[in-house]
Design a protein around this ligand. Structure first.
Ligand code: FAD
Length: 352
């Protein structure tokens, strides 16, 4: 069965929904295809204790404010899932859940979108598949010989899974700090946190609001030709959300330098000493989920698809949304994705 539509949005997480909101405003006919059977994008898969690093009113998609979370300044992931499900319903966005896009191909004037349940022919595509389905594991010596458990951020749910275990958490970003803090505050596992370089905590009064302001200032500076102001990473890497702050301030969150290698039953440190370990949690980031776009042959040597804003340089009918700052400053955040989504929808409306 082949369906025809003006625009196909691949992915129905926050980026796909923001795209849907703006495509509707442009009066375009579109479908959103989402691999997950339920609304909420990657938020429905995050660990139990995860909270946003911004208050609800600073975590909203275009058009509809995220409601406050009773009793909590920083809402949890479940609250975001509810908000996204409500957003989808409120705007009656045509999301087809449980549909995985396998490939996008050129087909004359149209793009062919092949899925596990039919084919779509579209005049334009917005790819908004995020990064959650592509966890990145670094090539660390001995990784294959380690006989214990290896998890990535995407596999971690709660400390209960690791009670009584000796656990190494690898990674100096937000996921590493938060998961190490989660385990350390729970106290039932023996946790060691290791980072490639000393962890850089943002000042305690900086949360997602300030990060968004910095990203906005950077975008304005770039747009007006004033040069790059450095973006959010110039401030540090780790937002001191309450559990991270609590663990750090009680001395439970102290990073060690990265180990030299994994052995069958633990880690060997640079000084040659050995520590027995039952589980390693790799909080080592993600890559963009772009495999469905491989037939278009657009990837650069760095693995990204070069873009001008959200539009792919090598295929003007394709836009990329979310993923990271390379598709627009802060476009991988709830509050930041609205603007690039609007720009993408406008550009597509002009194209059509
Ligand atoms: P996703 O939420 O991953 O959604 C992508 C959707 O695409 C999914 O539903 C998936 O099923 C679907 N999909 C994937 N491949 C296909 C395919 N081939 N075919 C069809 N569908 C497909 N941001 C904030 O603003 N505030 C925060 O506090 C915050 N905290 C974060 C904490 C963590 C641990 C992480 C990892 C991120 C955090 N972020 C935060 C960043 C960001 O908001 C999320 O990464 C966000 O989920 C990205 O949204 P997305 O729509 O781009 O991707």
């Amino acid at each position: 069965m082949t369906n025809r539509v003006n625009v196909v949005v691949v992915g129905g997480g926050q980026a796909g929904l923001a795209a849907g909101y703006h495509l509707r405003r442009q009066g375009l006919d579109f479908t959103i295809l989402d691999a997950d059977p339920a609304p909420g994008g990657s938020w429905q898969h995050m660990w139990d204790s995860l909270h946003l690093f911004s208050p609800a009113e600073h975590s909203s998609l275009p058009g509809r404010l995220m409601p406050a979370h009773a009793g909590e300044t920083y809402p949890d992931a479940g609250h975001v899932v509810n908000y996204l499900a409500d957003y989808e319903k409120h705007y009656d966005l045509p999301v087809q859940h449980g549909t995985r896009v396998d490939a996008v191909r050129r087909d004359g004037e149209r793009l062919l979108v092949e899925t596990d349940s039919g084919t779509w022919r579209a005049k334009a595509i917005i790819s908004a598949t995020g990064t959650w389905s592509r966890p990145f594991l670094p090539a660390v010596p001995g990784r294959d010989s380690f006989a214990g458990r290896q998890l990535h951020t995407v596999d971690y749910r709660s400390p209960a899974d690791l009670t009584g275990r000796r656990v190494i958490v690898v990674g100096g970003g937000n996921s590493g700090a938060q998961i190490a803090a989660d385990l350390a505050l729970d106290g039932q596992a023996e946790v060691t946190w290791v980072t490639q370089r000393p962890p850089r905590f943002l000042a305690d009064d900086i949360d997602g609001r300030a990060l968004f302001d910095v990203a906005t200032a950077r975008r304005r500076a770039l747009e007006s030709g004033r040069g790059d102001t450095g973006g959010v990473t110039s401030l540090g890497d780790i937002v001191a959300v309450p559990p991270v702050r609590a663990a750090r301030d009680t001395g439970l969150l102290v990073a060690k330098p990265m180990f030299a290698r994994l052995t069958a039953d633990g880690v060997r440190w640079a000084d040659g000493s050995h520590t027995g370990v039952d589980a390693v949690i790799w909080c080592t980031g993600f890559r963009p989920a772009l495999v469905h776009l491989a037939p278009l042959n657009l990837r650069s040597a760095r693995g990204h698809i070069p873009t001008d804003g959200t539009r792919a340089l090598g295929e003007p009918r394709l836009h990329l949304l979310g993923y990271g700052d390379w598709t627009g400053p802060a476009s991988a955040t709830l509050i930041g994705v609205g603007r690039p989504a609007r720009d993408a929808a406008r550009t597509i409306a002009q194209l059509l």
